[in-house]
Design a protein around this ligand. Structure first.
Ligand code: HEM
Ligand code: MG
Length: 307
């Protein structure tokens, strides 16, 4: 099995930078490859503070590409890779804003992340436009800004790779289908709900993240809508979402890794009211998705082919 990009699996890091780029018109493939190579190699990193203070802090970097961009890089494309086309209907929609390059910097030292991100940005700036640039952070004990623990049902141990990675023998093996979606929270509206009502919205208790049982679990809770099974197979994702923002705008940068792109389609249909029962996720009344892209995070070997 080719090696996955290790940053996918580095958990509980405190500082995050999330960047999405769109290729500029008229950029030729040779310029694109040159710029990306320099960015992936981390060329031009100054690390001034590191030199001054002697501080060392590892930065995890995950690179992923939209279908069109990956095709231009002559990569080994997984068979399901495509642009995100959106989900939902009427007032409950997940917009598609498919972009070309996604970079996720994360670690425990924001200074180190910033230096690495700035170097990559400078390397890319001739060929691509930054359309999303968010700072994220670890909120308390891995909570979303709603105050609920995010990631309770995430796979652990060996199951993480089983869920996240395209299996051996398939095109793109060791890589992952990524879905990212910026949500803007209506935090005041969320906080105005009673705790019992917030728990019904998520489908878990707030303090200790215990799943509601039986009649206490509403049909339209987030857990009811996102815990999708197809022929008895749970549509599991490895979620690495990141809370972002400040006091005037904040939310969740939903980020997940999967062996199978269809899992996203099925969960989104269930959340956005287009699966069989037509029920939509109550979360969509308290938070609004404003971006959405599918990406392919190639294996480390495939990525170094670019560099
Ligand atoms: C579960 C938050 C969007 C997929 C959860 C949980 C929380 C949460 C608090 C329960 C704890 C846990 O198991 O992690 C949010 C917030 C979102 C959001 C605040 C956006 C504002 C999404 C989206 C997807 C998704 C867009 C998929 C496309 C899942 C899945 C689970 C889950 C698969 C586990 C369900 C289970 O098996 O019990 N989320 N989520 N979530 N979420 Fe989300
Ligand atoms: Mg469950």
């Amino acid at each position: 099995m080719p090696t996955p990009q290790p940053g996918i699996f580095a958990e509980r890091t405190h500082s995050h930078m999330l960047l999405e780029y769109q290729l500029k018109d008229g950029v030729d493939d040779a310029s694109l490859c040159r710029a990306l190579g320099a960015a992936v190699r981390g060329e031009g990193q100054t690390a001034e503070v590191t030199e001054l203070t002697g501080q060392q802090s590892p930065v995890n970097v995950v690179w992923a590409f939209g279908a069109d961009c990956w095709a231009r890089l002559d990569g080994d494309a997984p068979k399901g890779l495509r642009s995100f086309a959106g989900a939902g209907k009427g007032d409950t929609v997940a917009p598609a804003t498919q972009r070309d390059i996604f970079i996720w910097f994360h670690g425990d030292n924001h200074s180190a992340n910033f230096d690495a991100a700035l170097a990559a940005h400078r390397a890319l700036t001739a060929v691509a436009e930054p359309l999303l640039d968010k700072n994220g952070f670890f909120y308390w004990d891995s909570r979303d800004l709603s105050g609920f623990v995010d990631g309770t049902e995430n796979p652990e141990g060996d199951e993480q790779k089983e869920v996240a990675l395209i299996p051996d023998g398939e095109p793109g093996a060791g890589g992952s289908y990524v879905f990212s979606q910026q949500w803007i929270h209506k935090l005041d509206a969320m906080h105005a709900l009673s705790q019992a009502d917030q728990e019904k919205m998520i489908g878990r208790t707030k303090l200790d993240s215990v799943e509601l049982k039986g009649d206490a679990m509403p049909d339209n809770s987030h857990v009811s809508r996102s815990d999708v099974k197809v022929d008895g197979v749970g549509q599991k994702l490895y979620r690495r979402s990141v809370p972002y923002g400040g006091v005037t705008e904040s939310g969740l940068y939903f980020l997940a890794f999967s062996r199978d792109i269809e899992r996203y389609e099925r969960i989104l249909a269930s959340m956005f009211g287009t699966s069989g029962d037509g029920v939509h996720d109550r979360l969509t009344e308290m938070s609004t998705p404003v971006t959405g892209s599918y990406w392919f995070a190639p294996s480390a070997e495939e990525l170094s082919r670019i560099a």
